[in-house]
Design a protein around this ligand. Sequence first.
Ligand code: PGA
Length: 255
Amino acid sequence: MTRELHPDRPLVAGNWKMNGTPASARVLVAELVSRLADRPPAEVLILPPFTALEAVGAFLGGDPRVRLGAQNCHWEPKGAFTGEISAPMLESLCDYVLVGHSERRHLLGESDEVVRRKLGAVLEAGLLPILAVGETGAEREGGLTAEVVERQTRAGLEGLSPSQVALCTIAYEPVWAIGTGATATPEDATTAAELIHRVVAEMAGSAVVVRVLYGGSVTAANAASLVRARGVMGALVGGASLKAEEFAAIVAAAG
Ligand code: PGA
């Protein structure tokens, strides 16, 4: 089954990272839905830890305003991979899977090749991938931002058909801005987004348009300028997504 995708609608995604129990996740999502408009101006996605996906999904009970995603998966569908979770195991629990988050690339050593295989596994399972790309502070200072963003984007999408690329969302997340309070300027976000759109057009044809999100210290205060920067169609939010009121304000700012 292919999931519904609305590339012309902003996407505001909350990456809860390694936070919360099933019980506390239910409380957080209850607070969030109580603060969302009946028709939010963006698609709202939350990425709870694997262990809370089922509880959050049961709480939502099909509420069309909020979709669910996982923060990671393994590239193989099953097998002797102790402690791992595969894409087919997530198929009944969520719609999206994030791959290539910088914490996995840099803290857990995931290579471009691993990210590419994971992205393929997500599509194979009929789920929607979000590919995260972005340069470190040192790479930025070395003038390598464009090179890194292009390399990670190309590597992640390599070998996909145009119709598979069309199912992808790409999050530009400068590593130096994640969890630091430092944000890229809207112009930085636009420069990276335009580069990503160019790479996608080269690889899949100009008829394929994917959503590019910005991520890195997005808050209610800075969301309006970043979420709707030229070329950008939403945000991937970490820390601020753990505060229902603030995350709901970021969603509202996408309108
Ligand atoms: P942050 O995280 O909003 O806390 O900077 C963003 C992310 O890691 O996706």
